[in-house]
Design a protein around this ligand. Structure first.
Ligand SMILES: Nc1ncnc2c1ncn2[C@@H]1O[C@H](COP(=O)(O)OP(=O)(O)OP(=O)(O)O)[C@@H](O)[C@H]1O
Length: 321
């Protein structure tokens, strides 16, 4: 949230912050599945907010309800004080939705696609061209939209959601499936869009992405928001925990149990690669000393806690996107 907050004039000492989005007690059920189970959110104007969680946590359903494209079973939602459901014409120009790239018309070029989206809002071709330029796609204007690479298609879909200059932008896993370079390029774009004072709400599987981009995140699991806060604040609540990792083959299970029993060890697990033993602790000294005694320091890494550790602490289980 870099520029979007409404600051009080100098000397008054009071900062007025208006809510862009308020959700209260939102529920949505699909048959037997309670997809969203009492979600409440308060997202400030200009905030970059991440809704994160593993598959099936209820992120997309929550986002669609906020966007006003899905009706909640229960709960109150307001965008700038207006309900988005049923379809609210007063809000349409003020919100932008990044559509999944797969929903483009396959016979339209990149330029025709953004012109089409621009026409929905009576936005002229000059503004549409400028937006295409902004996302670096001018030279691909004549290319059929379905021939763009994954990163280019995502940039086009974001451009289509931004072309009418909305105040709130909703993005559903905008970097899913992109290579690392394309992800980084997209992060730069999203940061710029937020710096202009727009409110961004993004869902993501990637905890590192949320940690890097978002002012605040809401961690979701099983339809509920487990916690909301600034990534750094959530991590700080873990009380200076660090994660010590080594190659697991070097340490016997007995030693591991001993470590787990010792003071300050929060948890120890073998990571997805099947090789790395990862130990979360508040006192890395004794842990490192036991590992050194056992000559089990191969592959040693010591790093600060991350949002993965926050998730582990909130749910008691490892984060698996
Ligand atoms: N239209 C639907 N009909 C029936 N069940 C649905 C529908 N949409 C979602 N669900 C179910 O609701 C739950 C929440 O889904 P949702 O897509 O909101 O989660 P998500 O966190 O966005 O997951 P993902 O990261 O996999 O997209 C899941 O169990 C999903 O299978």
């Amino acid at each position: 949230m870099r520029r979007g907050r409404v600051a009080a004039p100098h000397g008054q000492g009071v900062r007025v912050v208006t809510a862009a989005i308020v959700a209260d007690g939102v529920r949505k059920r699909y048959g037997d599945i309670q997809a969203v189970d009492g979600v409440s959110l308060h997202i400030e104007t200009g905030e970059f907010h991440g809704i994160l969680g593993p598959n099936g946590a209820g992120k997309t359903t929550t986002l669609e309800i906020l966007e006003g494209v899905r009706e909640p079973d229960e709960g109150r939602i307001e965008l700038f004080g207006e309900s988005p459901w049923p379809r609210n014409p007063k809000l349409l120009r003020r919100i932008g939705v990044q559509f999944q790239a797969s929903s483009f018309f396959d016979k339209l070029t990149t330029r025709e696609t953004i012109y089409l989206f621009a026409s929905f809002y009576r936005v002229g071709s000059r503004q549409a061209d400028a937006m295409l330029d902004r996302v670096g796609l001018t030279e691909f204007g004549g290319v059929p939209a379905d021939k763009l690479s994954g990163g280019q298609a995502q940039r086009l879909s974001i451009a289509c959601g931004l072309v009418h200059d909305p105040e709130i932008v909703f993005l559903d896993e905008p970097t899913a499936g992109l290579d690392p370079q394309a992800r980084r390029n997209l992060w730069d774009l999203l940061r710029d869009v937020n710096e202009e004072g727009r409110t961004l709400v993004l869902t993501t599987h990637y905890l590192d992405e949320a940690e890097l981009l978002c002012d605040r995140v809401s961690v979701m699991e099983k339809g509920k928001v487990l916690k909301t806060g600034a990534p750094a604040a959530l991590i700080r609540e873990l009380d200076d925990m660090v994660r010590v990792s080594v190659e697991s083959g070097r340490i016997e299970p007995d030693t591991l149990r001993g470590l787990l029993g010792s003071a300050g060890v929060e948890n120890a697990l073998v990571e997805d690669d099947g090789i790395t033993l990862s130990i979360a602790t508040h006192s890395p000294g004794p842990v490192l000393s036991v590992l050194a005694d056992r000559r089990a320091l191969r592959g040693l890494e010591v790093r600060g806690a991350t949002l993965e550790d926050v998730f582990l602490q909130l749910t008691g289980r490892e984060y698996r996107a």
